[in-house]
Design a protein around this ligand. Structure first.
Ligand code: NAD
Length: 347
């Protein structure tokens, strides 16, 4: 408890956070005895076809070649079981456009406040900053490595040199293994080769889970999946209230591939569009929550892992504080009705 900085208590009080958040924060400050969101399960072997099993593996279960259907996030454990056999936290921190120092500070505060999922990539130039934040949190006894889940991505220019790209990310992060590496973009012609490099790294234990980002059609996803051996554990695409990605999410069900949304709040420069949407505002008022919290809670209840980006510790704490309320079916329906199939990004 001596690690509890007074200014953070004051920040909690000023934010009017509920007991769940306070407990989360206190837990983050207390010495840990058991991991809360650690990938404790043994990895399952690879699958060469669409998985069919529905039972979740456990730490004691022997590996089976049929990964579980894992698209259902647990709001109790705040994790989802990936088809690789590892658990992944369902809310975390994105680091797009964060400078080196902002990124280190944000990632550290995420860990301080009990968050465990960090999304980075070589093209953001801040993998090393994530590594420093992790090391600091470990050194201070806030977390163990096993409790943290780090995602990074392989950039398209590296697709022909995937083995070295993985080594370079490991080195910049200062980690022995990466929890999840995803291809940053679909790139027919070289993405299969890049994915195969990630498969090899799963074999050597350097990567635990692998997946994809920016694959926007079922056909494109199938193209990659059919040409490779390990079923993608996750797909990360632009997803928010105005672009809800229902077709892709439905398609992923058969693979047991989970879905993660980037731009969960609309992305920098566009967040006010979603925050001020009158449906969001009215639901936020009903729950005495912020628009950001309503949107992030919608993501989780809709089955999307969310990685909101922020350089503001208050917002990082706010974004983690979405487990002490629930959106009703009517509220979920009203938010689903906001779908416009409208992306904010053009890539
Ligand atoms: P986002 O939708 O998370 O929005 C970020 C913006 O929201 C920032 O301006 C931030 O200051 C603001 N914000 C965050 N929390 C807030 C709060 N509680 N109240 C008010 N404002 C708040 O957009 P993003 O960060 O670009 O996307 C999320 C993450 O997704 C990225 O950081 C990155 O890790 C990942 N991403 C991946 C890709 C890809 O191609 N795979 C592309 C873009 C982003």
């Amino acid at each position: 408890m001596s690690k509890l900085p007074r200014r953070d208590f004051l920040r909690l009080a000023a934010l009017g956070m509920g007991s769940v958040v306070l407990n989360r924060f206190l837990a983050a400050c207390a010495p840990r005895t058991t991991p809360s969101a650690a990938p404790t399960n043994p990895p399952l072997p690879t699958s060469t076809s669409v998985p069919t099993a529905t039972s979740a593996p456990t730490a004691t279960q022997s590996p089976e070649p049929t990964p579980a259907s894992t698209s259902h996030l647990s709001l109790e454990t705040e994790t989802v079981l990936l088809n690789s056999g590892y658990n992944m936290p369902i809310i975390g921190l994105g680091t797009f456009r964060l400078s080196d120092s902002q990124c280190e500070n944000s990632a550290y505060h995420l860990l301080l406040y009990g968050g465990r999922l960090i999304d980075t990539t070589r093209i953001y130039g801040n993998e090393a900053a994530v590594g420093r934040a992790i090391q600091r949190a470990i050194d201070e006894g806030l977390v163990t490595r096993e409790e943290i889940f780090v995602t990074t991505k392989m950039w398209t220019a590296d697709f022909n040199d995937g083995d070295n790209a993985i080594e370079a990310s490991l080195e910049r992060l200062g980690l022995d293994y990466i929890d999840l590496m995803i291809l940053h973009h679909s790139q027919p012609g070289s993405d299969v080769e890049a994915y195969q490099a990630m498969e090899r790294a799963v074999g050597t234990g350097k990567l635990r889970s692998i997946g994809l980002s920016n694959f926007y059609t079922p056909e494109d996803f199938d193209r990659l999946a059919n040409a490779t051996t390990i079923t993608p554990a996750l797909l990360q695409n632009e997803t928010h209230l105005y672009h809800q990605s229902m077709q892709m999410k439905d398609h992923l069900e058969q693979y047991g591939t989970v879905f993660e949304g980037w731009y969960p709040l609309g992305g920098r420069g566009q967040t006010q569009i979603l925050f001020n949407d009158e449906t969001v505002v009215s639901i936020a008022e009903a729950h005495d929550k912020t628009s950001a919290q309503i949107i992030l809670r919608w993501h989780l209840q809709a089955g999307n892992i969310a990685i909101p980006g922020s350089s503001n510790p208050d917002h990082i704490l706010e974004n983690l504080s979405i487990f002490d309320f629930e959106l009703s079916q009517d509220e979920m329906d009203r938010l689903t009705m906001l779908e416009r199939n409208e992306r904010f990004s053009d890539y």
